[in-house]
Write a protein that binds this ligand. Structure first.
Ligand SMILES: O=C(CO)[C@H](O)[C@H](O)COP(=O)(O)O
Ligand SMILES: [Fe+2]
Length: 222
């Protein structure tokens, strides 16, 4: 099965957001990845509810919301109201992760957990059956355009093994520094959702860049 592609609008042209959303609507993208940064959990601030609502007004694809914020429970309903279809919280930001996951589901959203590069996937063993999506960060969250961290392949393989045991339908998303040069190997390792910001929006033809990711074949190492 082809991977899902979730282009990150963090790399879009904010002065031409409607144009860029309409480009995504006409592309082979499955979701639109929305990065929310609070300047506390991560050392950067992206955008908040008014911008997300404006995106939702034009988007015809589901919004895949990645919350890089502390105390996300306070804002889950507000993100749902702003148009979130899926909500991912960070493992490192949640003291009561199980409760937070249930709260996301109670809102009718797809529930996901994101992991920083240093967080071991085995820490999810007791909640993996409760989530629909796990996002493995392949950069330290906070900025687009960073270099892919190589250890991520191993993490994806470990997560795929865990998912086969407890939740075979899990969406395994990979986020950070993803492009055509690493997509094949990531899919072969077990990822089935590719987030891409810079590699899509800095491409000469973003529609072709999305199509290339969507049609990536798993590649085994020689
Ligand atoms: O969560 C993120 C950063 O914290 C972004 O989704 C991610 O960095 C995508 O951007 P790029 O493809 O440019 O790395
Ligand atoms: Fe993200």
């Amino acid at each position: 099965m082809k991977p899902f592609v979730s282009p990150s609008i963090l790399a879009a042209d904010f002065a031409n957001m409607q144009r860029d959303i309409e480009m995504l609507n006409s592309s082979e993208a499955d979701w639109i990845h929305v990065d929310i940064m609070d300047g506390v959990f991560v050392p950067n601030i992206s955008f908040g509810f008014p911008v997300m609502k404006a995106v939702k007004q034009y988007a015809t694809k589901p919004l895949d919301v990645h919350l890089m914020i502390v105390d996300p429970d306070r804002y889950l309903k507000a993100f749902k109201d702003a148009g979130a279809d899926g909500i991912m919280v960070h493992y490192e930001a949640c003291t009561h992760l199980h409760r937070t996951i249930q709260a996301i589901k109670d809102l009718g959203c797809r529930a996901g957990v994101a992991l920083n590069p240093h967080t071991n996937v085995r820490l999810l063993e007791d909640v993996i059956a409760d989530v629909e999506q796990v996002c493995v960060m392949s950069v330290n969250p906070g900025f687009g355009g960073q270099k892919f961290i190589h250890n991520t392949y191993k993490k994806i393989r470990e997560l795929r093994t865990l998912a086969e045991l407890h939740n075979p339908k899990l969406f395994i998303e990979i986020d950070g520094g993803v492009d055509v040069s690493n997509a094949s190997k990531l899919i072969e390792a077990g990822a089935n959702v590719l987030v891409a910001g810079s590699s899509v929006f800095s491409a000469h033809n973003p529609l072709d860049a999305i199509s290339a990711l969507k049609n990536t074949q798993p590649l085994k190492e020689a």
